[in-house]
Design a protein. Structure first.
Length: 279
């Protein structure tokens, strides 16, 4: 029985460097397994500089670069559509050429009408793609599946839930139910003793809820040692041989809108597994 998701969105932004995307390959694999419709947004990052600042010659150079980037995005979309067709995946393709703010708006509009959005992991917090991840996490209202480099096939036999009893973690678990129901084993990890995670509910409180959904689940509570919470999550995922991590996404409410919380930030900086996050 396929995963009970019907629509997958994958976003890729071409900036002129011809970057590789593991997320697109992963999304094709996920859509194949789930028998889901795939929407590919292969956007080209458009540079918009007033002609009064660069003159006629500079404006022509910028226009030429915008055309080049758009052609790269269109070629990538055509190649990806071919891969989806070979995999038997029904795929819709869009290749908008937009400035960054408009790219965010377009991605959010699509994400809100799909079951899950798949994006490439971006380890640098100041890069454009990290901004798109954060926009999708905090403004789409839908789960985001973040894929590290080299992870190009969906696998979900073993899933680790990073559980802190908070609202974001609860949302992530609810959004991840289609994946959890198809998993052979699910482990709930609670890391205790970290000041930012005070008032934790033990994973044993979550386990009966998942068991009622027919999910085979185990519980692990770990006291925080010298490592940080994100390191404990990565270590537990490795020990469990997890294919996927499920966790809530957090941000610092007192700082600028898109600044991620410490655990979320650290997971995105160094994780070799796909992460399904919600907020």
């Amino acid at each position: 029985m396929p995963l009970s998701i019907k629509s997958v969105l994958v976003g890729f932004t071409e900036d002129g460097r011809g970057n590789h995307s593991s997320a697109v390959a992963y999304a094709i694999s996920l859509s194949q397994v789930a028998d889901a419709h795939l929407t590919l947004e292969a956007a080209s990052m458009r540079y918009a500089v007033p002609g009064s600042l660069v003159g006629a010659f500079g404006a022509e150079l910028i226009a030429h670069e915008n055309r080049r980037i758009k052609e790269l995005a269109e070629a990538f979309a055509e190649q990806s559509k071919g891969r989806a067709d070979l995999a038997g995946v029904v795929c819709s393709v869009e290749t908008p050429s937009l400035v960054f703010a408009s790219l965010c708006d377009r991605l959010l509009a699509h994400a809100r009408v799909h079951d899950v959005t798949v994006l490439d992991m971006e380890t640098d917090p100041v890069q454009r793609d990290r901004g798109l991840i954060e926009a999708a996490l905090f403004d789409s209202g839908r789960p985001v599946l973040i894929v590290p480099p080299g992870c190009e096939r969906h696998a979900g036999k073993r899933v680790l839930i990073a559980w802190d009893g908070g609202s974001s973690a609860a949302r992530a678990v609810a959004d991840a139910l289609p994946f959890l129901k198809e998993a052979e084993e699910v482990e709930i990890l609670t890391v205790t003793g970290e000041k930012d995670l005070a008032g934790l509910l033990p994973g044993a409180d979550l386990a009966p809820h998942l068991a009622r959904h027919g999910i085979k689940v185990s519980v692990r509570n770990v006291a925080l040692g010298e490592a940080d919470v994100a390191s404990e999550i990565r270590q537990a995922a490795s020990g469990f041989a997890a294919d996927l991590i499920v966790c809530g996404a957090y941000k610092h409410s007192r700082l600028r809108e898109w600044l991620l919380g410490g655990v979320t930030q650290s997971l995105l900086q160094e994780c070799r597994l796909p992460i399904l996050m919600s907020h």
